[in-house]
Design a protein around this ligand. Structure first.
Ligand code: CO
Length: 218
């Protein structure tokens, strides 16, 4: 624990050296343009991946980057980000080899978290027919990781928070990305949705693309 405090002092010092008024300005306000909904996985640190500074990214993370409509925590983050911070982009970011997705696909028994991961199993169930039998298990997990992202993007778009924002003409785009721990790179899953009418068609096109890509790679 002592080491963490030492690292903190060193970090604050280096930030101040690089930009003497950095912390003073941050105290005034936060004006992030982006809301990040990502996985809690320690290998997927939101700010670092996209090179954003404190104050530039509003973040919500949970196991397997889920947007569950009964989750007050996630919904509150979204509402505040959209209605008060007026973020212009909501990014749902998954990652390959997600432990939560893996546990769901393998139907592991981990305790309380199994209930949370039933939401991932629902995603797998929706697309089950397209996960070919006997194919590489890690590929199935990665495919579900991608499909899970686009399902969560749709879940974001379905909320009154986003619908109302679009209805009042607020500029807001929802995105679905996936991160590779193996090379540190992001992939755009091409679910960039800026209005209610686009949700269905963009979702279907993206889902087909993902399934086609995995079907070809097996
Ligand atoms: Co994960």
């Amino acid at each position: 624990m002592k080491e963490l405090f030492e690292k903190n002092v060193a970090w604050a010092k280096s930030m101040k050296e690089a930009d003497p008024t950095f912390f003073e300005r941050l105290c005034e306000q936060q004006a992030p343009e982006f809301l990040w909904i990502g996985c809690s996985d320690s290998r997927v640190p939101a700010n670092e991946i996209v090179g954003l500074m404190p104050g530039e990214l509003f973040v919500h993370r949970n196991v397997a980057n889920m947007v569950v409509h009964s989750d007050l925590n996630c919904l509150s983050v979204m509402q505040y980000a959209v209605e008060y911070l007026k973020v212009k982009h909501v990014i749902v970011c998954g990652h390959y080899g997600c432990g939560g997705v893996k546990a769901a696909v393998e139907k592991q028994n981990l305790g309380l978290i199994d209930h949370w991961l039933l939401n991932v199993q629902d995603v797998q169930y929706i697309h089950q027919a397209y996960l070919s039998e006997g194919c590489n298990k890690n590929k199935v997990i990665d495919e579900v990781c991608e499909l899970n992202v686009i399902e969560q993007v749709v879940n974001v778009c379905k909320t009154n928070i986003i619908r109302d924002a679009w209805a009042r003409g607020q500029e807001l785009t929802v995105h679905g990305w996936i991160y590779s721990i193996a090379d540190g790179l992001l992939r755009d899953l091409e679910v960039n949705i800026s209005c209610r009418d686009e949700v269905r068609s963009i979702y279907h096109t993206a889902a087909e693309k993902i399934k086609k890509r995995y079907a070809e790679s097996v």
